[in-house]
Ligand binder design. Structure first.
Ligand SMILES: [Zn+2]
Length: 224
């Protein structure tokens, strides 16, 4: 293979690769596995060309430089795509055998129901009662909250977040994996609270929903 043939072939490949790189960048939101396959094939072919031109001509340094500048944007594009897909997966994928909240976080008297001025359920209990997670998930908050929740734990799984407020002590840290029934902390009277109780809240995609059915449905025996 002569250098002239290599050059024309390389130019054709470069055009194809540049075209693919441009098209995937503009369509990044609808990236498919076909795009990946095509990009990888192009990259592999281009790299093989580089090897061949080195051995044939004996002076492939200028080729190497051109190919590097061609490949880098494609690889960066692929990397960004993979990372964004991974992040999306981590944020939305539900995990565990109990991925949705069910049952009560504590045995106690319901002292305030859910209504337009109250985002959750209040359970009257003595301070120091163990508060248990109502679902599998991950701790995304465990600490002091300045908006009235006092010591607050938030467990997330997929679209769901469960809030456990006014606690006296906290057992877990952000990032900890939680199983349904695991103790998150001890109940208390911290924050905007007029007496010892647990304020329990269920949110879906950050918006508080009425937790009554999921929490107090005794027919299905959903208690922890
Ligand atoms: Zn409350």
């Amino acid at each position: 293979m002569t250098l002239t043939n290599n050059t024309s072939l390389y130019t054709a490949l470069a055009r194809t690769a540049a075209l693919k790189s441009g098209s995937t960048a503009s369509n990044s939101s609808s990236g498919s596995s076909t795009d990946f396959t095509q990009l990888f094939l192009t990259m592999m072919m281009t790299m093989n060309m580089n090897k061949n031109s080195d051995s044939d001509s004996g002076s492939g340094s200028s080729f190497g430089l051109d190919i590097n500048t061609l490949i880098m944007p494609i690889m960066m594009n692929l990397l960004e795509k993979m990372q964004s897909q991974q992040l999306r997966g981590e944020r939305t994928q539900a995990v565990g055998s109990a991925p949705t909240p069910a049952g009560t976080p504590v045995s106690g008297v319901l002292t305030q129901a859910y209504h337009s001025g109250h985002n959750g359920l209040d359970f009257g209990i003595v301070e120091g009662t163990e508060i248990k997670s109502t679902m599998d998930g991950k701790v995304i908050y465990s600490g002091w909250n300045t908006q009235g929740y006092g010591n607050l734990v938030i467990v997330e799984n997929g679209d769901y977040q469960t809030y456990y407020a006014h606690l006296s002590s906290l057992n877990l840290q952000v990032g900890d994996t939680v199983r349904k029934g695991m103790t998150l902390g001890l109940s208390g009277n911290t924050g905007n609270s007029t007496g010892p109780h647990l304020h329990y809240e269920i949110r879906r995609n950050g918006i508080a929903i009425d937790p009554t059915r999921l929490t107090l449905n005794t027919e299905t025996g959903m208690t922890v």
